[in-house]
Ligand binder design. Sequence first.
Ligand SMILES: Cc1cc2nc3c(=O)[nH]c(=O)nc-3n(C[C@H](O)[C@H](O)[C@H](O)COP(=O)(O)OP(=O)(O)OC[C@H]3O[C@@H](n4cnc5c(N)ncnc54)[C@H](O)[C@@H]3O)c2cc1C
Length: 471
Amino acid sequence: MHRPGIKTCMLIALSSGPLSHALAPKPRNPFDDQFYAPDDIITRDVAIIGGGSSGTYSAINLRALGKSVVVVEKTPRMGGPTSTYVDPQTGVPVNYGVQALYNISVATDYLDLLGVPMEPFHVLDPVTRVYADFHAGKNVSVSPSPGFAGYAEQLGKYPFLEYTWDLPKPVPEDLLLPFREFLAKYNLDDVAYSVYFSGPGYANILDQLTVNVFKLIDDSYLKSNSGSGMLPVSGNNGELYDKALDILGSDVLLSTTVVDTKRSYNNSGIRLVVQSGSKWKLIKASKLLITIPPLLSNLAPFDLDANERNLFSQWNYTNYYIMLVNNTGLPDGIQFANAVPSSADSFNIPNFPGPYQITSTRVPGLFYVWYASPYDATEAEVKADVVAIINRLRPTFGNSTIAGAPNFVEFRDRIPFKLVVSAEAIATGFYDKLGALQGRRNTWYTGAAFISHDASIIWHYTRSLLPGIVA
Ligand SMILES: Cc1cc2nc3c(=O)[nH]c(=O)nc-3n(C[C@H](O)[C@H](O)[C@H](O)COP(=O)(O)OP(=O)(O)OC[C@H]3O[C@@H](n4cnc5c(N)ncnc54)[C@H](O)[C@@H]3O)c2cc1C
């Protein structure tokens, strides 16, 4: 599994989706109506690409504002990393992706629109945390600071970071320090492990720029942790997307990808050729809203110009994998947290790829695993690593004589997960240039790369775009 570190914009588009279906022949002129049956021409005000957190929010709210929409989602389901497994025996829901939402008005307004009753966040699967060296299969002594006091004080210097990427000019140099150096500068050793453990998905967080850590473990995260979080009364985070799909119905095209696009520079709208299952369809819309990770490879079918290509070629990214495993031989009620023995500036934080945690759920014998990689690890590589780790943990913590190997009940990847750019790009106004794309060529953008990895904050940002999209 040894490969170079974070890679720039690798080919990941279409990693799952309609290509597995038998293909109908592509229309000779795919932008010409006459090559399509009437049912396969879809005319809408707004075409939304991606049916995850921001795409679904956009679709529901644009509909509420009287606009017609179509959502193009490449997988067979909506919701992105919102992943809920319902135990077939007991009906108990296990959220093994998104856990909690930040209770701000944009989120509660949206949940009212969806008709999902919410309650204050509480831990559904209580566990005792055990720190373990996943490489050695042994206990590790870790005593992270219980709060984020010193970190919160530093974060508090940059209140604008919570809702925007509007950085002062020049950008404060602390924000562009690697997080390892920032921790040393402000003597924050005692919170380092807590920040790492709370901010999964970054892989080697100590190498990240401090601004990116602040965008992940932000004020909304700290507040959600201390009482401002919420979750559905049903305990099932997937309920949001079940309700959204009920409302949107056939306006959502699942297992569908865009293969070709025409975007005008005037107000004549956009045309998208999509492959939906084994069919080709033509979408004609006034506006395009892109919510998928804006990697060059993901956006290749979108008729990019030089300015767009230049910006979207600058991302680096890390990957995230979430899974449910049983037959582990590990005891219920425990959360195994990956840690290494203390050494100078390791802060007990392990190297990645690897899991952050292996955590017991309410379903006896069922554990969820969160795993990150700084490069594109395959499903087979990740599973092999997780099995090897569980086998190393069993003799110390569990039952090493259990018959059979660990069994994967669910597995999902978020490739890419976190998109970042270099310190130099940030210092020279990358995010201002990104923001200037909004509305250009009848195209709008939202999603985590444009603001942060918190669903409620993404909705807040998306809401600010709606007047422009509706106009
Ligand atoms: C394990 C985990 C736990 C998390 N926990 C929380 C939490 O507790 N609270 C919180 O607020 N946030 C949480 N997050 C973060 C949050 O889920 C994300 O920040 C949010 O989902 C990002 O929204 P998005 O719309 O940008 O992307 P996504 O929600 O990932 O949506 C993107 C969608 O686009 C689709 N797509 C991708 N490429 C294409 C393509 N080429 N064509 C068509 N469709 C495409 C994807 O399949 C996906 O459905 C968590 C994330 C993870 C991975």
